[in-house]
Design a binder for this molecule. Structure first.
Ligand code: GLN
Length: 533
């Protein structure tokens, strides 16, 4: 969508701060992203940022089972999966400023201190840490009409206090009238007494007030739609106008949250804040919502061959890309989780197509190689993402005569290392932020399936890998059924492989799932799902 009103109505950014109370994980990120989507649909240039109080420097070394998928920005920052939600809801690209972690801020301060940058001053949480948070917010918001900042965790968490202080101080920097504070609280339903309990929310608001912030909007998250009296009670106990306390109950799909926000009364407050009553243009959202909710005659079954099964968050960009590809293709989607460690031919035969996503380490690798072999030999659609491409090349090389072909990541030596470590990567295997990360271009062979799918032969995709295809084995890989059809512009790195004449067998060293959006689904996912119909 064109940012038709960019920088017209709003001179300096307006800032929206989203904090949480009572519990974490009640949809603060989705609320923030939905508000962003609405503001974008009103024609504004919107940016969004997440501040997390962890001591990690980035999300690259966090366990994906505990923490969910690691999202990668175009400029190569390994971040929290919330940035993936932001990109999906706003159909834009976040960057290294969009994720602020305490660990990175502390490192920056300590580095400055060590190099004498503080000129003898005592370095303190206030003002030095809080100033740095504010600088990061200002930097991330630069050039936008509206900048949204989500603070991770809940207000009152010991490690998050300095972020709360920083966003309070931010109003002094830019003017309170340019800041809108939204506090998202959870209101539990107690089944035994059949009532909604507002006390935790009241306490959460008291906490926030204690840190000097009186929110402009309180969003009450409930399991089911709540009566207006709940909001009024919270308002009266916390001294906030009852028009500003709103209910957002759970709904089936996160993509319907923008519509819920519109219905909730939040829009009126946002309109007043930015001084613009125009209607957001939600046509495309509406179309997607209808397509997604429909029950179609045809259901496609996709087998996701993965190491961590059953946890949607671990492969969230992949599952979201598949879901939107199914909606735009007009089919119902069933995702069958296939445990890579135990995957058998019966599992593969029971689905319409296979996706082998990215991953690290040897566990489950043989199952992924079996999946690719089966797909090659049975004309079963296959989409390989990063490790999914590497294992497809190993499968093809084995078929092409390289006995015991494998990856150097799993200890394969000379003669078997169809996948080997990239130049300059040896010795960095367990370090953070050192992989080949972010956007890199690739050129595709004219006439290849990949070029046809993209509709062009120069593409840019996000990356996150340390190993690559060893092109010394290109002819064995080809004998085994796969052709290298895309490389880095200098030809050195294999970026895309495909099986000529196959129903659909395309694999890439990249992570196209990071660029798929509900309103703008990635062509590889769209065509993969189309091939299953
Ligand atoms: N482990 C492989 C590598 O480092 C694949 C990485 C991935 O799938 N993201 O190259």
């Amino acid at each position: 969508m064109k940012d038709k009103k960019a920088n017209k109505n709003v001179k300096t950014p307006k800032y929206i701060f989203v904090t949480g109370g009572v519990l974490s994980g009640v949809g603060k990120g989705i609320t923030a992203a939905s508000i962003g989507a609405i503001m974008k649909a009103k024609g504004y240039k919107v940016s969004i940022q997440k501040c997390d109080p962890y001591l990690n420097v980035d999300a690259g070394l966090l366990n994906p089972v505990e923490h969910g998928e690691c999202f990668v920005t175009a400029d190569g920052r390994e971040t929290d999966l919330d940035l993936g939600h932001y990109e999906r809801f706003l159909d834009f690209e976040t960057n290294k400023y969009s994720a602020v972690l305490s660990g990175a801020l502390y490192s920056e301060l300590i580095e400055k201190e060590r190099s004498g940058g503080f000129r003898g001053k005592t370095v303190q949480m206030i003002p030095h840490f809080t100033d740095l948070v504010q600088e990061k917010i200002a930097a991330a918001g630069q050039g936008s009409d509206i900048h949204i900042v989500e603070i991770g965790g809940t207000v009152g968490d010991y490690e998050g206090l300095s972020f709360i202080e920083a966003i309070r101080l931010f109003a002094n920097r830019v003017g309170r009238e340019n800041c809108l504070y939204i506090h998202v609280v959870y209101v539990p339903w107690i089944n035994t007494s059949k009532e909604l309990k507002t006390k935790p929310a009241q306490n959460a608001l008291k906490d926030l007030r204690g840190f000097g912030i009186i929110p402009d909007v309180v969003v009450c998250r409930t399991e089911r739609p709540a009566p207006r009296s709940m909001c009024e009670k919270i308002a009266s106990f916390s001294g906030i106008s009852s028009d500003a306390v709103l209910n957002l109950p759970d709904i089936d799909s996160v993509y319907d949250v923008p519509f819920n926000v519109l219905k909730s009364g939040v829009l009126e407050i946002l309109n007043k804040f930015i001084g613009d009553n125009s209607e957001p243009d939600m046509k495309k959202w509406q179309e997607f919502s209808e397509k997604r909710a429909q029950n179609y005659d045809r259901t496609v079954k996709v087998g996701l061959v993965a190491k961590y099964v059953g946890n949607d968050d671990t492969y969230i960009c992949v599952t979201e890309a598949l879901k939107s590809a199914a909606a735009w293709n007009g089919v119902n989607l069933e995702i069958e989780w296939i445990n890579a460690e135990e995957a058998t031919e019966e599992d593969f035969a029971a689905v319409d197509g296979l996706v082998v996503p990215g991953g690290f380490g040897e566990r489950g690798a043989e199952g992924k190689i079996r999946a690719a072999t089966y797909a090659l030999e049975n004309d079963l659609p296959y989409l390989g993402l990063c490790l999914g491409m590497q294992m497809a090349c190993v499968a093809a090389a084995r078929r092409g005569g390289v006995k015991n072909a494998s990856s150097e990541e799993f200890g394969a030596g000379e003669g078997q290392n169809v996948i080997y470590i990239m130049d300059g990567q040896a010795g960095k295997e367990s370090t953070g932020g050192t992989m080949r990360l972010g956007d890199y271009p690739a050129k595709l062979k004219n006439g290849s399936r990949a070029a046809e799918i993209y509709g062009k032969n120069k593409v840019t995709e996000r990356h996150r890998h340390r190993y690559e295809v060893n092109q010394k084995f290109a002819s064995e890989i080809e004998r085994g059924g796969l052709k290298i059809v895309g490389t880095s512009p200098d030809g050195k790195l294999a970026e895309f492989v495909e099986a000529p004449g196959h129903k659909f067998f395309v694999a890439t060293q990249a992570h196209p799932e990071f660029k798929s959006r509900p309103l703008n689904v990635h062509p590889l996912f769209f065509e993969f799902v189309k091939s299953l119909k």
